[in-house]
Design a binder for this molecule. Structure first.
Ligand code: ADP
Length: 394
């Protein structure tokens, strides 16, 4: 045996026996990436993050931070080409680069083809329609003039095809007077659902197509900011509705045909119908409670999928409520957390701050999870927290 062959053989068996650290990249460096990295510390993985802002929430928790534009082909391709596995913490990434990386053997979860469907609300709605997944009726509009033709479809909700996030890019159009508020760009005009409840179901899918489903979560929204106000899990739902919601959410992820973790957001109406609103192909705000409330959190679960380990246990240890910590109205600049001492003194209350130096009104600065077997206690503490903790600035 010549020396190079001998060397290769030794390295090959070394790899087989010792399973070297996998190299994993996360596109985006916000709080989702940060919490994913907190879990990475428990796994044999070397982590990379790419984001434009070197002081982003995830920058200091990864092994390697790369400053770059996640929407730029070359930046994404160069970031990923020497990695084993890539994931995202935001949808607005360059999927052409991800497709090329996938074709060259990098595992990309969610798959770029799945990401393409989800990233564009027109394609996403058409996907539900093709798969016969219940979702509200819709019309595709190309511009403001086009929208004007559809007054008979109102009341409806106008949603930008691409670029919308956290309520931006969504406009409720109840009457013809509101029609000028619509978008002058490709969008979906959805029939307004008479919403009784908004719920979310998180589901993980591994490479073999096996799934692990978390209990549905009740989401209660702040009408003013159009942001989640608090959430409760498990959701309080009649058994039949629970089964329906879980079956529909499972169908969504099965048809998306990709490993990863998914948040399926659903509405229930007053006729007990269940409608899919939208799906996110990543860890999600509606799964944050799982850090303390479930045996395997959404972040732990995603590492299991990315590194090809068995799926975790999604069962609840205890019911939970979750409150987002948002920047208070009227304050912009370096963040000060008023009332933090009082919150940290509370029992079974878990504070997560995202490490964002500056606050602004409505900005997600952190979240708080409360555990209790008593729903009343969850509600009481959630309320208390909302009236105690304020993110301000000097
Ligand atoms: P984003 O992705 O920006 O959060 P969503 O599509 O989730 O946008 O919409 C934001 C909110 O608008 C939803 O949580 C819901 O309250 C309301 N909404 C969205 N679609 C509809 C609909 N078809 N009918 C009634 N309300 C809707």
């Amino acid at each position: 045996m010549d020396f190079s062959l001998f060397n290769f053989t030794i390295q090959f068996f070394y790899c087989l026996i010792f399973a070297p650290m996998k190299k994993a990249g996360i596109l985006g460096g916000g709080q989702l990436g940060r919490m994913l990295l907190q879990e990475a510390a428990n796994y044999p993985v070397e982590t990379w993050v790419m984001e434009n802002d070197a002081s982003c929430p995830a920058a200091h928790l990864c092994h390697h931070f790369i400053k770059g534009d996640i929407t730029n082909f070359d930046d994404v391709y160069n970031f990923g080409k020497n990695l084993d596995v890539l994931t995202i913490e935001i949808e607005s990434v360059n999927e052409d680069a991800l497709e090329k990386l996938e074709s060259e053997g990098v595992s990309v979860f969610p798959k770029p083809a799945t990401l393409r469907i989800i990233k564009n609300k027109i394609l996403q709605k058409q996907f539900y329609q093709q798969q016969e997944i219940p979702t509200s009726d819709f019309i595709i509009t190309q511009n403001a003039e086009d929208l004007q033709q559809h007054a008979s479809f109102l009341p409806a909700v106008h949603k930008l095809a691409t670029g919308g996030y956290d309520g931006r890019g969504v406009q409720i159009i109840k009457t013809t007077e509101d029609i000028t508020k619509g978008f002058d760009a490709p969008a979906v005009l959805e029939k307004m659902v008479d919403i009784k409840k908004e719920i979310a179901v998180m589901i993980a899918v591994n490479k073999a197509g096996e799934t692990a489903i978390y209990s549905p979560v009740d989401m209660v929204f702040d009408q003013h900011l159009n942001l989640l106000s608090y959430q409760m899990s498990p959701a309080t739902l009649p058994e039949k509705l629970l089964w329906k919601a879980e079956a529909i959410a499972l169908k969504v992820v099965k048809e998306l045909k990709s490993p990863g973790i998914f948040a399926v957001e659903l509405f229930t109406d007053f006729d007990d119908k269940v409608w899919v609103n939208e799906t996110a192909p990543r860890v999600h705000n509606s799964g944050h409670h799982s850090i303390e409330a479930c045996y395997s959190s959404q972040f732990d679960m995603l590492w299991r999928v990315l590194l090809d380990y068995p799926l975790g246990n999604t069962d609840h240890i205890m019911p939970a409520a979750l409150v987002n910590i948002l920047g208070a109205e009227g304050f912009t600049g370096p963040a000060i957390y008023e009332g933090l001492n009082e919150i940290l003194a509370m029992d079974n209350v878990f504070v997560h701050l995202y490490g964002k130096t500056d606050t602004k009104p409505g900005r997600k600065m952190g979240h708080i999870t409360i555990l209790s077997n008593e729903k009343q206690e969850l509600l009481h503490k959630a309320n208390q927290i909302k009236h105690t903790l304020f993110v301000k600035s000097k």
